[in-house]
Design a protein around this ligand. Structure first.
Ligand SMILES: Nc1ncnc2c1ncn2[C@@H]1O[C@H](COP(=O)(O)OP(=O)(O)OP(=O)(O)O)[C@@H](O)[C@H]1O
Ligand SMILES: [Mg+2]
Length: 358
C-alpha cells in the first residue's frame, strides 16, 4: 500500500497544498520552519488518526482558522482508499471512502507508518519513563492487541489515582488493585515479549556494523511475578494514599539495553546510542512487515546530522533496499545519493507550500 496524493488545508502552517507522490522515494527540502516536519506529521496523523507531536487537537489547526483538513489517497492490493480527516477545535472526524468511522484502529487495516526522528533517540536516552513510553508506542504500532491492553491499563491507573486523591476508600482500592494485578502482569509480559523480539533483530542489524557487538535487554518489573506484585501493592497502600499516586505496576517497569555488557543509555558513546536507536527502528519496520505482510511507509525527519557517514549510509541504504514508500525531509539533496536508480520525486517546501521540483 502506498500514498498517491495528499491534500492539506489549514493544517499547521499550510494554507492549501495538493501533492502527487512517488511510490518510492519522496524527498522534501526546505529551510528551518518551512513545514517539513508538519508535512510528515500530516501523513502520520491521517494514517493513525492522531498526531505523534501533540495530543492537543487544536494545535494542528492553522492559527486563526476554525478547522483543518488532511486527505490522502492510497492504492495497492487492487484497492484504492480515500482517507479524510477533519480536525476541529476539540475533535477529529475520520472518513474512509466518505464513510465516517468511529474507531481509529480501523485506519490501521489500510496502512501503517514508521517514523524516525531525532526525538526518538532523545526519548530513549532521557530516563526510564520516556524510554518506556516511546518503546510502548513502537509496540503499539506493531501490535493492536498491545495498544488496547495499554489503554485499559492506563484507564485503570487513572481511576485508582482519582480514588487515591479523593475518598481513599480501601474497598474500592482493593477492587481496583485486583484488576490491576491481571492487567499489569499481562501488559508487562507482552512488553517483555516484544522487546525480546525487537532486540534480537536489532542485534543482527548492529552486527552488520560491527560483528563483535552483542545486545541484550533487561526489564526490571514487579509485574512479571503476580505474588510479588500483590505483596508490593499491599505494602505500598499507605504510601500511595499520601502521594495520591499508584506506585506499583507496569507503569514503573524499567527497560535497559545492554550493549557489550554495559547499559547502552547509561554508559554508551554517542555513536553506540545512535546505532542502537537506528537498529531498534529497523526492527520496528521488519516486525510490521512480518505481521502485516506489507512494509510500513517510512517517514524520516532530518536525521542526517544525527549520524556519521558510515551509519548514515547504512541506514539510508537499508531503507533504499526495501520496496516501500519513503518520505524523507532534509535541507539538501545529497541525501539522495543512496537512492540512485530508484524512483524518486523531490519537493521544495517554502512557508507552508509544497511544490514538486524534480
Ligand atoms: N497551528 C499552527 N498554525 C500556524 N503555524 C504553525 C502551527 N503550528 C506550528 N506552526 C509553525 O509552522 C512552521 C513550520 O513548522 P515545522 O516544524 O513543520 O518546520 P520544519 O520545516 O520542520 O523546520 P525545522 O527545519 O526547523 O525542523 C513553524 O514556523 C511553526 O512555528
Ligand atoms: Mg522539522
Amino acid at each position: 500500500m502506498k500514498i498517491d496524493a495528499i491534500y492539506l488545508k489549514k493544517f499547521r502552517n499550510y494554507e492549501e497544498t495538493k501533492i502527487q507522490l512517488s511510490p518510492r522515494i519522496n524527498l522534501f527540502l526546505g529551510n528551518n520552519g518551512q513545514g517539513k516536519t508538519s508535512l510528515l506529521e500530516a501523513v502520520w496523523t491521517c494514517i493513525n488518526g492522531q498526531s505523534y507531536r501533540t495530543s492537543v487537537t487544536k494545535n494542528l489547526i492553522k492559527f486563526g482558522s476554525d478547522d483543518a483538513r488532511i486527505e490522502i489517497r492510497t492504492s495497492g492490493d487492487n484497492s484504492i482508499n480515500e482517507i479524510k480527516l477533519v480536525i476541529e477545535e476539540n475533535k477529529k472526524k475520520i472518513f474512509v471512502n466518505d464513510k465516517k468511522i468511529k474507531n481509529r484502529t480501523e485506519l490501521k487495516r489500510i496502512l501503517s507508518a514508521v517514523i524516525l526522528d531525532r526525538e526518538f533517540k532523545e526519548n530513549l536516552e532521557k530516563s526510564h519513563r520516556p524510554r518506556r513510553i516511546i518503546l510502548d508506542s513502537i509496540i503499539s504500532n506493531i501490535s493492536l492487541g498491545f495498544k488496547k491492553k495499554l489503554k485499559l491499563y492506563n484507564d485503570e491507573i487513572r481511576r485508582k489515582n482519582e480514588i487515591l486523591s479523593s475518598t481513599k476508600d480501601d474497598e474500592i482500592l482493593d477492587f481496583i488493585d485486583k484488576r490491576l494485578i491481571d492487567l499489569s502482569y499481562s501488559l508487562s509480559e507482552e512488553r517483555h515479549l516484544w522487546i525480546d523480539r525487537m532486540s534480537k533483530i536489532a542485534e543482527k542489524v548492529l552486527k552488520k556494523l560491527d560483528s563483535k557487538i552483542s545486545l541484550k535487554f533487561r526489564i526490571d518489573s514487579d509485574s512479571l511475578d503476580i505474588n510479588n506484585l500483590t505483596k508490593k501493592l499491599k505494602t505500598n497502600r499507605t504510601k500511595e494514599k499520601i502521594t495520591r499516586k499508584c506506585m506499583t505496576g507496569s507503569h514503573k517497569d524499567k527497560i535497559s539495553f545492554i550493549l557489550n555488557k554495559s547499559d547502552a543509555f547509561e554508559f554508551g558513546s554517542e555513536g553506540e546510542k545512535k546505532s542502537l536507536s537506528m537498529a531498534l527502528k529497523i526492527s520496528e519496520i521488519l516486525l510490521i512487515k512480518k505481521i502485516n505482510k506489507d512494509y510500513p511507509i517510512i517517514l524520516v525527519d532530518e536525521i542526517g546530522s544525527e549520524f556519521d557517514k558510515e551509519r548514515f549510509n547504512f541506514f539510508y541504504r537499508f531503507i533504499a533496499t526495501l520496496e516501500t514508500q519513503c518520505f524523507i525531509t532534509a535541507n539538501n539533496k545529497s541525501i539522495l545519493e543512496p537512492y540512485k536508480n530508484k524512483q524518486s520525486s523531490v519537493f521544495s517546501i517554502i512557508n507552508g507550500d509544497c511544490k514538486k521540483i524534480s
